[in-house]
Design a binder for this molecule. Structure first.
Ligand SMILES: Nc1ncnc2c1ncn2[C@@H]1O[C@H](COP(=O)(O)OP(=O)(O)OP(=O)(O)O)[C@@H](O)[C@H]1O
Ligand SMILES: [Mg+2]
Length: 386
């Protein structure tokens, strides 16, 4: 064997990639071990084959023949392409071919190398499928998020609407409470006038005294309406206000209906915060009302509510604590949920703390948390410094 041919054989017989030579009739002239093994044959078995039919996928044969003819005719001397071969056992082997026109024993022939790319193609296919799946998930995710957002927005609106009713209900209940005594006084005054008149004892002095007193009472009733209206009036533009003013305002408002519960305030910081004063007032009032409800419901002897205002780590901290025994551990994680209440339908809507959280977080960019102390519940509202 000439040196050149010997060298060729050493190189190709031991090559890791498939190597072949086919003649112009597309008959195998040389097949190395690697190529034969790739397709499940021995080189001898392949050399005995007539044409490419049994090792190339039927759908690829026309293209393969066309390619080979182009190269054999010299039209396209070399080519690099991917195609599908058939393994002896019948399964498809994806291959990549680099083929050249050569002169083999004085005849035009094709020599080429073959790489098995089945694993790569399978990985690419899998990647493609996964990408498509991911894209589809992304698309539907966006849609699902949009749908969920729309539902939650709608729910939020309903809840907000209802909490406005709650605030209105609280306003009416507060006014009713405040008016009970002056209404009694007015009633008694009218009765006294009637009596004096019936007895013929209605003097100018009596008339004057009762009129003045009644007008005074009416004025204070009218004040009560203004107070409540101011307290619950929605404000449009955010404003900056003093935190101690809010606490003082809420505490005096609360004291008018405190049922004998003492509030202690400990205001150690006179910070300014920005937002809606009425909203923050309602937040604090709501927490105070809950404390009062718990203290009354549990008949706590010596009920105390403590409101502290301090500056904590560059934040304003309003702390409201009570001695009503705290919130049961099994419900403490749900008290800020809308409609969560341990009270009966008449006494609680379960929207109070939901409103608190939503005002503090959305409107004031703060946080509100709760924990149980040794004696009761402690709510902490952290608000950013102005
Ligand atoms: N200081 C507290 N001590 C004990 N439990 C409390 C306290 N504050 C709140 N809770 C619990 O949290 C629940 C939820 O309070 P939230 O203010 O949201 O609703 P509610 O007071 O039940 O009804 P409403 O909407 O009328 O205020 C209460 O029902 C109560 O069980
Ligand atoms: Mg409440």
């Amino acid at each position: 064997m000439p040196i050149k041919e010997k060298f060729f054989h050493i190189m190709t017989d031991n090559a890791m990639v498939g190597v072949y030579i086919i003649d112009k009739k597309l008959m195998w002239r040389y097949v190395n071990d690697a190529l034969a093994a790739m397709l499940g044959y021995t080189p001898e078995e392949m050399l005995g084959m007539v044409g490419l039919d049994s090792v190339i996928h039927p759908d690829e044969i026309p293209q393969m023949v066309r390619n080979s003819q182009q190269r054999l005719s010299g039209e396209v001397p070399s080519a690099h392409y991917e195609t599908r071969a058939l393994h002896k056992s019948g399964h498809v082997v994806n291959i990549e071919i680099f083929a050249n026109l050569i002169n083999y024993k004085g005849q035009r022939a094709l020599a080429g190398t073959v790489i098995d790319i089945t694993a790569r193609i399978a990985a690419e296919k899998q990647l493609h499928e996964q990408r498509q799946e991911l894209e589809m998930l992304n698309r539907t995710l966006e849609q699902r998020v949009a749908e969920a957002l729309a539902v939650s927005r709608e729910k939020d609106q309903v809840v907000m609407q209802q909490s406005r009713f709650v605030a209105m209900g609280e306003m009416v209940a507060g006014i009713a409470h405040q008016w009970r005594q002056p209404l009694n006084m007015l009633g008694m005054s009218v009765q006294a006038l009637q009596l004096a008149h019936t007895k013929g004892k209605l003097t100018d002095e009596i008339m004057e005294r009762h009129s003045l007193k009644s007008l005074e009472v009416l004025k204070s009733m009218s004040h009560t309406i203004d107070d409540f209206r101011n307290f619950f009036r929605p404000e449009n533009d955010p404003q900056c206000f003093r935190l101690d003013d809010v606490v003082e305002r809420v505490v005096s408002f609360f004291n008018s209906n405190a049922n004998g519960i003492a509030i202690t305030t400990d205001v150690r910081s006179q910070s300014i915060v920005c937002g809606h004063m009425n909203e923050l007032s309602q937040v604090v009032l709501c927490i105070l009302n809950n404390a009062r409800d718990a203290l009354l419901e549990r008949h706590v002897a010596g009920p105390i509510i403590l409101v502290t205002v301090i500056r904590d780590n560059n934040m304003n901290l309003i702390k409201v604590s009570d001695n009503a025994g705290g919130i049961p551990e099994q419900v403490i994680g749900r008290i800020f949920d809308p409609f969560f209440s341990t009270k009966d339908a008449l006494n609680g809507t379960g929207l109070g703390l939901y409103m608190v959280k939503s005002i503090v977080e959305k409107s004031m960019k703060g946080t509100v948390t709760v924990k149980n102390t040794a004696t009761g519940a402690e709510f902490s509202i952290l608000l950013p410094l102005h």
